[in-house]
Design a protein around this ligand. Structure first.
Ligand code: ADP
Ligand code: MG
Length: 576
């Protein structure tokens, strides 16, 4: 077959596959255009989840009649003149293909009048058929109407969800754009019902309007900037956490974005303060100099790439941590260390204070007490979809999953989970460390001390500060926070470590030695057979299980979990 260029309609339809996934993505493109046009109020009407009809009306600058054909041509834009501009993108759209794409998979009608002109113009693209621009009477601004989305691309239409589900997505898109543009009024009406209505306001009022009265009294301000990267916004107190991440709004330079690593930073900041299966409520606005971020990696521009993702990650996390810390440190007196049901004092299973080594012991304790004291000890309220679980002989946990009955070794699982988490953390930073008020002294041979000191760099990464203190004596100045929090006997731990020091030193690479010590730490800090667990700890442990990969074996390779399948049980009981 000879090589031929694709006809423009097909090219646009292919492009549409990337930009126009569903009604919500159309709304996003069209509303972004309205924002770029300097609108002060944007009204959005949808019917049938947007599949039947969507209309976006703005009061922006408008499009001159003679430019209407250009607006709907692909790669035509008023926003980027040269490639160099891509470095300094400030507007929302710049690929110049949104309208062309939409026009190729729907009926698109644009009516527009430039303020000050007597008449406006109208142009229609009907599933790729481009009409001519005609004069038309209309108010200043632009009205974009889209009907019959994917009407001639049945394959695409099949992928859409119910009208209600599509409306929910549209609502979320408009909500996020509204959060990012508080000075613009927004109104979203679906089937005659007003779903969102925001008047122009300041950023805080806008977020509060979005979150609703109840949540807005529970929000803490976040504000931090470092090396040109800034984070501002509101973060929910831990008890505002929800079962899904849909209440998280994240914007970069005024544009809503989706970013897995930043979501992870948010989680990290709340680690130990909320149940691992829940998601904090936040509305956060990142500022990163445009030349240090590439927003053009994804056609819909929701995913981005940072030149310095570590910096962005850490500013976000740190900003959140700081406000959480500031807020939580106030009321520790109120909770005068109530004993938890376990009776064993409060040793948070996953080290609630781990991250704040540098913020002082008092803050640590306040946090720890609060984290332990506030949530009720009722398993049902802890993990949303909690399965029933019982502890057997203070050694095993018995619960169910979709396939049958699970029997879990509590020590092996906790050890596994901690090992994974420590390993993950140490990939990005040193483990948090806690200084001892009085150094702990341990007897040790000169050889052992020497071996240990040669592992100095690795021990620092783990959060240890140890050194010789006279002949035959080792002084421990600081230990990993985890060990302190889990009340591990530091002296004994160090004796074990000294025993292994020579072997570790001989290990071929630092990573192997590091894993070895992490393994020891996880084992020593983990709950033991014989420890009774309260319902909160049970729930915590189980929800961690689902999140940690390879959790069915402990670091030593012993299984953490056994399953008896329903089929097996049915067989044994003669039901099959
Ligand atoms: P892009 O936004 O990437 O430039 P689009 O296909 O979304 O590409 O839009 C093409 C052009 O049409 C824009 O560059 C802009 O000049 C014009 N335009 C689109 N929508 C509007 C609007 N609501 N108001 C004013 N101009 C608009
Ligand atoms: Mg656009």
């Amino acid at each position: 077959m000879p090589i031929r260029p694709l006809p423009p309609v097909v090219v646009n339809q292919i492009a549409a596959g990337e930009v126009v996934e569903r009604p919500a993505s159309v709304i996003k493109e069209v509303v972004e255009n309205a924002l770029d046009a300097g609108s002060t109020r944007i009204e959005i009407l949808v019917e049938g989840g947007g599949i039947e009809r969507m209309e976006v009306v703005d009061d922006g600058c408008g499009i001159p009649q003679d430019e209407l054909p250009l607006a709907i041509a692909s790669h035509a834009t008023s926003k980027v003149a040269a490639l160099d501009d891509l470095e300094h993108i400030a507007t929302m759209g710049f690929r110049g293909e949104a309208l062309a794409s939409i026009g190729s998979v729907a009926r698109l009608e644009i009516r527009s009048r430039v303020r000050g002109n007597d008449v406006g113009g109208v142009i229609i693209v009907d599933h790729g058929d481009v009409g001519s621009a005609e004069p038309a009477a209309c108010p200043p601004g632009t009205r974009v109407k889209i009907t019959d989305l994917f009407g001639r691309v049945p394959v695409r239409r099949k992928f859409l969800k119910s009208a209600q589900a599509e409306t929910t997505r549209i609502r979320r898109v408009v909500r996020d754009l509204a959060a990012a543009n508080p000075d613009v009024g927004f109104c979203l009406v679906s089937e005659g019902r007003t779903l969102l209505n925001f008047t122009a306001s300041d950023a805080v009022s806008r977020i509060n309007a979005i979150l609703g009265k109840e949540a807005s009294s529970q929000m803490l301000e976040v504000d931090l900037s470092r090396d040109g990267v800034s984070i501002w916004g509101l973060a929910g107190r831990p008890d505002l956490a929800r079962p899904t991440a849909q209440h998280q709004i994240l914007c970069l330079n005024g544009r809503p974005i989706v970013d897995r690593s930043l979501r992870f930073a948010i989680r990290e900041a709340y680690r130990g303060l909320i149940e691992p299966s829940r998601h904090p409520t936040v509305a956060l606005f990142l500022g990163v100099p445009p030349n240090r971020v590439d927003v053009n990696v994804h056609p819909a521009k929701t995913e981005v790439r940072f030149r310095d993702d570590r910096l962005v990650f850490s500013v976000l996390k740190r900003g959140l941590e700081q406000s959480l810390l500031k807020a939580d440190i106030v009321p520790p007196l109120r909770v005068s260390a109530p004993e938890t049901q376990s009776g064993g004092g409060h040793r948070p299973l996953f080290g609630s204070g781990q991250r704040h080594a540098e913020s002082g012991l008092l803050a640590e304790q306040a946090r720890e007490i609060l984290a332990e004291a506030s949530p009720p000890n009722d398993p049902v309220s802890i993990v949303d979809s909690a399965r029933p679980v019982i502890q057997v002989h203070r050694m095993f946990l018995v619960t169910e999953d979709a396939d049958g009955v699970l029997i879990i070794d509590q020590h092996a699982l906790h050890e596994r989970v901690m090992f994974e988490r420590l390993l993950e953390r140490i990939g990005s930073a040193n483990l948090p460390s806690q200084r001892l008020l009085v150094p702990e002294m341990v007897d040790a041979s000169a050889d052992a001390i020497e071996s240990l000191e040669s592992l100095g760099a690795m021990l620092t990464r783990l959060g240890f500060d140890v050194g010789a203190s006279g002949p035959g004596m080792l002084a421990i100045h600081a230990v990993p926070s985890l060990l302190a929090e889990r009340r591990v006997d530091i002296g004994r731990f160090m004796v074990d470590l000294l025993d292994r020091a020579a072997d570790l030193r001989a290990a071929t690479d630092e990573e192997t030695a590091l894993r070895d010590v992490l393994d020891m730490m996880a084992c020593k800090a983990a709950i033991k057979a014989g420890d009774s667990l309260n319902s909160r700890e049970l729930a915590d442990l189980l929800s961690m299980r689902e999140q940690v990969e390879r959790s069915s074996n402990c670091p030593h390779g012993r299984p953490t979990t056994l399953r008896i399948s329903i089929e097996e049980l049915e067989r044994r009981f003669g039901r099959r």
